[in-house]
Design a protein around this ligand. Structure first.
Ligand code: EPU
Length: 468
């Protein structure tokens, strides 16, 4: 099993581009089930979740061809309707094949996704949506079995106890494109990934209004065709690297930064004392070039995770690492997944002073992070531990980085490019890639320009005493 070894205390500097969004790419790939024409997706990151989705689609009769500039998906065998447990259990996002399969193939059998590391992740709202469109939904032997003749448009309220549902909205919106008549989704998720899906579906011939707002209207059409689409940049990856720059008092330029899609996180970064300066941007600032720098001393903040445009749950863990370096006490409340705090125990092992009560954690700032062996437990918790390792005094070992590979393309190489001393090793302690290994060598014996300029004394507080 691979792990990361990080020598903390290198200030990050340099320039990187944010990769394509995982959470946009997965439902976009599933949308290929809505047509027998080829769908080309560009800017798809090399992630294990993308590979898993490709494997699932392949089993469902979609030919998936990866090329350097994109993925070509062609649904060829529409008789395959079963998404097996073996694949679904590796990735809960498998559920987003439900709507497209039902709409075009009229039947789908999907293994019921289980809970995940950070709590229950029910699919009741997805099923409620399918039923409202006229589907018969049964649970048989651990499988969800949905059948329908042609779906019929309906008005559906998709809000739940924890707000809207992102993949539920994606499923219902996708299914409604081929339904007879008009579907109105009230309480729809407003996340930018839903907007990206609506863009692809529109290119395929769907008639959709209101994506990005809580009310989406879909006029069903008889059939959809192929399309060519570039996946939006990953806002959570962008936010993670911005926090990495901030925690190391770095100076980093990020291209393809989805500024307006990340507006809540950018707002809190500003409150904390991290500057995100826009150097260039497209009209709607969904793709910007920004420079991230921070004040010498970071300020505490009070953050609550919320559906978009609120602060994203997928950045909660990373901001907890950041706030553990602030001068003062912060409060973080998790409203989307009240149990999503697996990083708390591991971050505490690195010296963070965290006090949890239910869905709220008090982060007592002003301390110093120290390197330690820690265990990654889910994707974003792992990212939080890597960030803490970058700012900590001494060596951090982050175990089980396969969680990170689900949502960050070669994270260690990206960070090494910015001057971090980080390497990927496997249990046999053999470096997994030459690039990563040489980055650590460079950082521990600075010879390159970046490594030399990055060789500042270790320790989070010491960054802050530095004269930047
Ligand atoms: N919920 C229900 N019933 C449902 C569906 C959801 O009660 O049928 C609840 C969930 O338990 C949760 C809330 O509603 O409390 C929101 O969940 P949502 O359905 O929006 O989550 P999701 O669509 O399954 C996506 C992302 C997650 C991200 C959430 C929230 C993908 C592949 N996953 O999941 O991303 O945390 O939206 O923004 O898009 C990650 O990337 O690390 C990740 C977990």
């Amino acid at each position: 099993m691979d792990f990361f070894r990080i020598e903390g205390g290198r200030r990050l500097s340099g320039r990187i581009a944010v990769e394509g969004s995982k959470n946009a790419a997965l439902p976009l790939m599933a949308a290929s089930l809505l047509t027998d024409q080829p769908v080309t997706l560009r800017n798809v990151a090399e992630l294990s979740d993308v590979t898993n989705m490709a494997r699932l689609l392949d089993e469902l009769g979609v030919k998936v061809a990866f090329a350097p500039d994109g993925v070509l998906l062609t649904s060829e065998d529409e008789n395959r309707i079963t998404a097996r447990y073996d694949i679904v259990r590796t990735m809960r996002a498998s559920i987003c094949v439900l709507g497209p399969m039902l709409a075009r193939r009229r039947r789908a059998i999907i293994s019921m996704p289980g809970g995940c590391a950070f709590g229950d992740r029910p699919v009741d709202l997805h099923l409620k949506g399918m039923k409202a469109l006229g589907a018969k939904v049964e649970l048989r032997g651990g499988n969800i079995v949905v059948t329908a003749d042609r779906l019929k448009g309906a008005t559906i309220f998709l809000g739940g106890a924890f707000g809207s549902t992102v993949l539920g909205t994606a499923n219902v919106m996708s299914a409604a494109t081929l339904a007879e008549g008009t579907t109105i989704i009230e309480g729809a998720a407003c996340e930018p990934e839903v907007v990206d899906l609506a863009r692809l579906l529109t290119r395929m011939g769907a008639k959709i209004r209101g994506a990005g707002s809580p009310r989406i209207v879909v006029e069903g059409v008889e059939q959809l065709g192929g399309a060519d689409h570039a996946v939006m940049p990953d806002r959570i990856v962008a936010g993670t690297y911005a926090v990495a720059a901030a925690m190391t008092n770095g100076d980093v330029i990020l291209d393809e930064f989805p500024y307006d899609s990340l507006i809540a996180a950018v707002h809190y970064l500003g409150e904390i004392g991290v500057h995100v300066e826009v150097l260039a941007a497209n009209d709607d600032r969904t793709r910007a070039t920004v420079r991230v720098t921070s004040d010498r001393s970071l300020r505490p903040a009070m953050i609550t995770t919320q559906p978009h445009p609120g602060f994203p749950t997928d950045l909660q863990a990373q901001f907890m690492a950041l706030l553990s370096l602030a001068q003062g006490n912060s409060i973080i409340t998790e409203k989307i997944y009240p149990e999503r705090f697996l990083h708390v125990a591991e971050l505490s092992r690195m010296g963070a002073r965290l006090f949890r009560q239910g869905p709220t954690v008090m982060v007592a700032g002003g301390g110093e992070l120290v390197g330690a062996p820690v265990m990654a437990s889910d994707l974003r918790a792992s990212a939080c531990l890597v960030l803490a390792g970058l700012a900590a005094n001494g060596e951090t070992i982050v175990n089980r980085v396969y969680h990170l590979d689900r949502g960050y393309a070669r994270m260690e190489q990206v960070l090494a490019k910015l001057g971090a001393a980080i390497e990927r090793l496997s249990d046999s302690a053999t470096p997994a890639s030459e690039g990563a290994a040489s980055a650590v060598e460079a950082a521990s014996a600075p010879t390159s320009e970046i490594a030399a300029s990055a060789a500042v004394p270790v320790g989070a507080n010491r960054f802050m005493q530095d004269d930047r």
